[in-house]
Design a protein around this ligand. Sequence first.
Ligand SMILES: CC(C)(COP(=O)(O)OP(=O)(O)OC[C@H]1O[C@@H](n2cnc3c(N)ncnc32)[C@H](O)[C@@H]1OP(=O)(O)O)[C@@H](O)C(=O)NCCC(=O)NCCS
Length: 176
Amino acid sequence: MTDSDTSLVSENLTERKDFVFRKPSSTDGSAVFWLIDQCKPLDVNSMYCNLLQCSHFRDTAILAEQNGQLAGFVSGYRLPERPEVLFVWQLAVAPSARGQGLASQMLLQLLQRLGADVRYLHTSITPSNLASWNTFRKLASSLDTELSTSVMFDQQQHFGGAHDSEELLEIGPFSL
Ligand SMILES: CC(C)(COP(=O)(O)OP(=O)(O)OC[C@H]1O[C@@H](n2cnc3c(N)ncnc32)[C@H](O)[C@@H]1OP(=O)(O)O)[C@@H](O)C(=O)NCCC(=O)NCCS
């Protein structure tokens, strides 16, 4: 392995317990599609969308494998007009890997990889998704920072009644 290979591994791949964390690549997109399909209440997007998340947006995404199988995935992007904000688009942990702190580890590892340029995390959650609320409340507590909420997309005004409202969570400022 050359020096440049070694730095690539340390930048893209880290291991903790039996989970292996890395940036996704385009060949992960189809597995991500089937992971999201198992993770209600997440909306399933097109496989093409998952391919874009794993390629164009790979720098702001992370995946976790356990025994060579996809166990978790976070997609996101930095807000175009506020690049210090990471918007987490989807957070998914396979049913068999839940309750082991994997969601929390993926979020922290992604923020650590992004470093000091990112000082806020935003996401949206439906009011009834307790597991997700608890995950992001725990993250804010781990980062020793504030969490505030507001309506991002309203059930009637934005979704025409077809979807529950999405609450915007704003976490920060923090520095890693
Ligand atoms: C939400 C989700 C990602 C959590 O994954 P996870 O790896 O099991 O979460 P963690 O183990 O890191 O738990 C983080 C915190 O949330 C809490 N939590 C996790 N699942 C919970 C549940 N079902 N009910 C209540 N609290 C829960 C944990 O207790 C933990 O807090 P604690 O350490 O203080 O006890 C997972 O349940 C999932 O993929 N759900 C379906 C998709 C989804 O809803 N995604 C989020 C949309 S924004």
